[in-house]
Design a protein around this ligand. Sequence first.
Ligand SMILES: [Zn+2]
Length: 360
Amino acid sequence: MIMKYVLDTAYLSSHLCIRPVSNGDSRSLNNMNNSIYFTKILKPLFTVAVIAGMATTANAQQSVSNPLAQSGYYHMGLGDFEIIALSDGTIPQELDKLLTNTTPQEINKLVANNYQQSTVEVSVNAYLIKTKDRLILVDAGTAELYGPTLGHLSESIKRAGYSPEQVDVVLITHIHTDHTGGLMDGNRLVFPNATVYISKVEADFWLSPENYKKAAEGMKKYFVEATTKVGPYMNAGKVKTYTYGHELFPGITPIASPGHTPGHSFYAVESKGQKIVFWGDIIHSSAVQFPDPAVTIVYDIDPKAAAASRKKAFAEAAKEGYWVAGDHLSFPGIGHVRTEKDGNGYRWVPINYSTYSLGQ
Ligand SMILES: [Zn+2]
């Protein structure tokens, strides 16, 4: 889960203008106008953010579509499979307001170790698995729900050489709408030929009218969004729920990882002795949660269980040395986990860039 963030002049001027300008004052918006980077890429977003900031309805914030400024896809081979990381975009997140079971001092120290600030652009990733006979998507991005810097998944799928209509299967890690929002574009099924797989526990939790009624006022909107985005696939008979302990497809097995949501699931994918585990939302900040896996986030429905799932996942990934992929790890979000020698938590080792898709 992520927090919607309305871009504003302060954020753009202090965080996003990364091109040096002529007189060296990168914080001046007037000077930023001299930058090609600002004019071509950020100005359209900036203009919309100002309009959105003045508007009184949330819908006004959703009326933007700018092309993703980066390539948006990355290929990696895994045995007989091909894994393609896909970017839905990024969104600034205020870690000092969102992370829990920690202190602002600890957050500031750990982000500084990574040359970041406490407000950081967080990736929203999804992944394609190309097997011999299926095109399988892991998670589905945000669509219009989180503003103009996100909602690029379909565009990234096309840039990678595929179309959403070609997707046969969508595996959902959990029903938060930064992972399921992109299933629908208005009333249109974005993946009309796909069957959507969700753990039974997760589907039962989010699609239950009783749970909606019981939910705190601030949570109700997430139940409504879940129904809006997953409901149409359910109604069309295109959702399959599963229990754990068996493969869904050859080499592809869901694993229970509860806490962030009750039915949160990993997907372990193996081919020819190589393995990757898709992690969903077990981690939101590599700078903070690898060194300190006990740090939780406000969206964890059961923070204690979420931290326990995270510790178990980190320990296993470090011990076994397999690939992992996280929806909110910096794009492409694929890499390995290493235990720090001094016993201070874990370290993220991002994938080595490879034009041959080898990943080594
Ligand atoms: Zn998320």
